[in-house]
Design a protein around this ligand. Structure first.
Ligand code: G4P
Length: 531
């Protein structure tokens, strides 16, 4: 095995998904603590970022430097090199999350034990399921009163449609939380409320067969209940099967408390054993294996103004194969340019580190002179292939944008195009018109606010947004075969085009979509744009 292969094989790249407040940030902090990446947990993310993402874009803007730098983290643990991709919890940023998931090889799903499966968990899970990546479940906050364990597992199975296999089993919850039973080791690990920020717990490990010691440690009542539940579980739960985990059909479930640091290291250890090495990826020349191909990568996220003073734009890319070396030249396939990546860096906790090399599985951020778009491929200069694009998710809110000061037309076009390139908004035009009338589509309404704020602050352009009643957008799949201008739709339908000239239709409701399809039998509509 070459050094290069060894480096790739010890990499594990995963995203954490959860409904806001389930404990994603806290769990990430604890992971980093075990990796020794930071000395004291709690410094990962500015609290304001986590909290105010819900309503206040100004706050996000202020805190942006911090929140974004924490969006990709790398740490070492037990010989593994781990990359964690953080995903924004707020639903208005879910497109960002979708793209981040495209860069991950597996996902950790954090669920609040007293809330169960929540709206945002459901939405994010769907994206993971689409990619068939392994999903590991951490049921958090067991130190608070939790829902019944069987009910929780049942909910995951029914709501998300994935089989569950508990790797450990909780003993009580809230004030009555006594620890977990490790099914594999046939032992009970007693609960210890580890002080915030330290890793050594004072947990005891007791064999399930040692009933005397066990009842002394957790109490007779808790022990009886555990034995009863285990009996039920052995008769009901799914068998553990690594193949099914890897194909995303079975989720291993762990119980713990991120805040009190209980069950986190056990989770991490099991996770690392079960999660996959960097996965092969689909390109137009076939499936490319990370260890058998020279350097290649794709862009999954673009973030502007990470450093306000420098007005910089960072393109985040996932290395899909081979080794990256800062001295080497690469081809940016979409522009055909061969170039050296500028200031390749790794984003660590709250600092950026310029790096000289990185491997498949790693995420690097490079300075973007305005060249990169989401979904772009980079490869060796002698090669020329493209990775499968990242689908564009259908916006659900639309607004007409009016520019207040017509003298600043150029600035306006530049600003809106650049923001669109980052993927936060999608820009459309009237079907037959030019850029005179611009319609913007977003997945979450908060993005309208973001757009207005950023145009004012970064490009000094004032705009007025007039929200439109449309909620559904459809791409025309067979645009060569239909005459869009003559298409007969419903009276409330609108014909538009994207910046590449692809025709699209906007509808106010599903009925209108059905009517239009009925009236135009040859029309083939699609919910997703081609990346
Ligand atoms: P998020 O990133 O998923 O949005 O969640 P985050 O980790 O920020 O956690 C949300 C809240 O839940 C925080 O409380 C956090 O302390 C708490 N929390 C996380 N894990 C656990 C756990 O295992 N047990 C308990 N009891 N609480 C947990 P907060 O009051 O909103 O903030 P803070 O000021 O206490 O940090």
């Amino acid at each position: 095995m070459t050094d290069h292969t060894k480096e790739i094989n010890r990499r594990r790249t995963f995203a954490i998904i959860s409904h806001p407040d389930a404990g994603k940030t806290t769990l990430t902090e604890k992971f980093l603590l075990y990796g020794g990446a930071i000395n004291l947990a709690g410094s990962v993310k500015g609290k304001a970022t986590a909290r105010h993402a819900v309503s206040d874009w100004m706050e996000i803007e202020k805190e942006r430097g911090i929140s974004v730098t924490s969006s990709v983290l790398q740490f070492e643990y037990d010989g593994f090199c781990i990359n964690i991709l953080d995903t924004p919890g707020h639903q208005d940023f879910s497109e960002d999350t979708y793209r981040t998931l495209m860069a991950a090889d597996s996902a950790v799903m954090v669920i609040d034990a007293s809330k169960g499966v929540e709206a945002q968990t459901r939405k994010l899970f769907k994206v993971c399921a689409m990619r068939h990546i392994p999903i590991f479940t951490f049921i958090n906050k067991m130190d608070r009163d939790a829902n019944d364990t069987f009910d929780l597992l049942d909910e995951v199975e029914k709501e998300l449609g994935i089989a569950t296999c508990p790797v450990n089993w909780p003993i009580g919850s809230g004030k009555g939380f006594r620890g977990v039973y490790d099914r594999d080791g046939n032992k009970v690990v007693t609960y210890s409320d580890t002080e915030k920020g330290t890793k050594e717990g004072i947990s005891k490990e007791i064999s399930l067969d040692n009933r005397e010691e066990l009842s002394e440690a957790i109490g007779q009542e808790a022990m009886d209940k555990l034995l009863e539940e285990l009996e039920l579980l052995d008769g009901a739960g799914a068998e553990f099967d690594l193949e099914e985990v890897r194909s995303g059909d079975l989720t291993p479930v762990f119980f713990g408390s991120a805040l009190t640091n209980f069950g986190v290291e056990i989770f991490l250890q099991h996770f690392l054993q079960m999660a996959t090495t960097p996965l092969p990826r689909k390109a137009d020349i076939g499936l490319l294996a990370p260890t058998e191909h020279e350097f290649s990568a794709f862009v999954f996220k673009i973030q502007a103004n990470m450093n306000k003073a420098h007005r910089d734009r960072i393109a985040f890319m996932r290395i899909c194969s081979g080794k990256y070396d800062a001295a080497m030249e690469v081809r940016h396939v979409q522009s055909g340019r061969v170039m050296r990546l500028s200031q390749p860096q790794q984003i660590m906790a709250d600092e950026r580190k310029i790096l000289s090399e990185a491997y498949a599985g790693d995420i690097i951020g490079v300075f973007d002179p305005g060249l990169f778009s989401i979904g772009d491929t980079l490869c060796m200069p002698k090669e020329n292939f493209q990775y499968e694009g990242i689908p564009t998710f259908a916006p659900e809110h639309f607004a007409r944008v009016r520019q207040m000061d017509t003298m600043k037309r150029k600035q306006f076009i530049k600003g809106i195009s650049q923001i669109a390139q980052e993927g936060a908004i999608q820009v459309f035009q009237e079907l037959a018109g030019g850029m005179e009338e611009i319609i913007v589509g977003v997945v979450g309404v908060l993005q309208f606010e973001v757009l207005k704020y950023r145009l004012e602050n970064e490009y000094r352009v004032d705009i007025a947004l007039e929200q439109l009643p449309y909620e559904y957008i459809r791409w025309i799949e067979n645009k060569e075969e239909v005459d869009v201008l003559r298409l007969q739709g419903t009276s409330d339908m609108k014909k538009i085009q994207d910046l590449k000239g692809n025709p699209l239709l906007l509808f106010v409701n599903e009925w209108s979509i059905r009517m239009t399809c009925d009236r135009n039998k040859d029309l083939v509509l699609s919910e997703f744009g081609k990346g």
